[in-house]
Design a protein around this ligand. Structure first.
Ligand code: NAD
Length: 367
């Protein structure tokens, strides 16, 4: 593999600002490893609406279909907030992308360096070494998509709404596999989160996970936790987890809780992996910062580029199998923030903040 081919969708507000820096870092890392980048940039979100009339233009989808991965910025903001909900950038761009590429696994590292523990609302004594866990959420099944889903008026005049939680064995097994692969590259501990004391889907989830790990990954340490307890344990002692994985709605809530305890959104990357294999026989994926477009700081050159840069590193790891290169970028970010002490405003805590470009320059120098 000498050429890495991916789609670049910068999006809106700070999206293009941090994307420019992430691409500079990726170019430097790739050149050092004798690789070349081949990427096509396309409009998405508000930029898609303004320039092509819709949040995910057909031409953008085509760019993605011709790539091995998508590096995504973030979309949306006040300019498009008056549009009907279905046409708003986030919903009208990300949901169709998830559908088009069957992006079923959302992987979010919960990483907080010990030097940045001030960013966390947790007490220092709970996280003296910072936080280092991964939350994996099933993204295409469960109650968000199950049928029937409806609101009806009853004979007595009351309204009744129904959502349906559905899971099949194969959906559970494929997310279990992503958790297993992720844990193998870490501490080898996997916690499956469910509500098997109440929900039928969770009973099937737990049974399937137990059988799948016994058959395919007996070397990993598997545990189970009810979701209400998991929410408490995340706040009480997050580092008791290594990799936790769960169904769609539980994962939606737990991954946001994890983002809060890890502090700044400017440091948080994520990956969404699809069912399709790319031309390297690796998962096609969409890689993006966990945060949004930060309209409050856009255009000022102060956004933290680390989440976008770390999303690029995840792309190298998962969709291009470049594990060493991904680690080199992650180490360069860590060194810049912790040892060199360079901080953008969101993680400054009393230090003199640097801007977006200076932060990326320092990361490139550390590479
Ligand atoms: P946000 O994540 O954009 O901002 C929340 C806070 O975090 C702000 O104070 C912001 O300045 C800060 N922040 C976020 N990223 C940062 C960075 N890289 N560096 C420094 N500070 C950073 O959330 P919001 O304000 O609720 O949403 C703004 C817009 O983004 C909305 O239109 C929302 O729909 C959209 N959004 C998009 C995505 C996505 O594209 N996946 C995700 C979340 C929100």
């Amino acid at each position: 593999m000498s050429t890495l081919k991916f789609a670049v969708l910068p999006g809106d507000y700070i999206g293009p600002e941090v994307m420019t820096e992430a691409l500079r870092v990726l170019e430097t890392a790739a050149a050092g490893a004798g690789l070349s980048l081949q990427y096509a940039t396309a409009d998405v979100g508000g930029a898609g609406i303004d320039n092509h009339g819709k949040a995910l233009p057909d031409s953008t989808l085509e760019v993605c279909q011709n790539a091995d991965a998508i590096l995504f910025g973030s979309v949306g903001g006040p300019k498009w907030e008056t549009l009907p909900p279905k046409e708003q950038p986030e919903r009208a761009a990300l949901l169709p992308l998830r559908k088009a590429f069957s992006l079923f696994a959302n992987i979010r590292p919960g990483l907080l360096y010990s030097e940045l523990t001030d960013a966390s609302p947790l007490k220092l004594e709970r996280i003296p070494e910072g936080i280092d866990i991964v939350c994996i959420r099933e993204l295409t099944g469960g109650i968000y998509f199950g049928q029937p889903k409806s609101t009806v008026q009853l004979e007595n005049g009351e309204f009744q709404a129904i959502d349906t939680m559905v899971y099949q064995t194969s959906e559970i097994e494929r997310i279990a596999e992503v958790a297993a692969v992720t844990a193998k590259a870490r501490d080898g501990r996997v916690c499956s989160v469910d509500k098997a004391n109440v929900l039928e889907t969770s009973v099937l989830w737990r049974k399937t996970v137990i059988e799948y790990f016994a058959k395919n990954h007996p070397d990993l340490e598997l545990s189970h936790m009810y979701v209400d307890n998991a929410a408490m344990q995340l706040a009480r002692d997050p580092n008791q987890f290594d990799v936790l994985f769960t169904e769609n709605m539980f994962g939606d809530i737990l991954s946001d809780e994890m983002a809060v305890i890890c502090g700044s959104l400017g440091m948080m990357s994520s990956a969404s992996l699809g069912t399709q294999q790319n031309s390297h026989d690796l998962p096609f994926g969409l890689f993006e910062p966990a945060g949004g477009t930060a309209p409050d700081i856009a255009g000022k050159g102060v956004a933290n580029p680390c989440a976008q840069i770390l999303s690029g590193a995840m792309m190298l790891r998962y969709s291009f199998g470049q594990l060493q290169l991904a680690s080199e970028i992650e180490n360069a970010v860590r060194k810049t923030v912790t040892i060199d002490g360079l901080r953008t405003g969101d993680i400054a805590f009393g230090c003199e903040p640097v801007g977006t470009v200076a932060m990326a320059d320092a990361i490139i120098a550390n590479l």
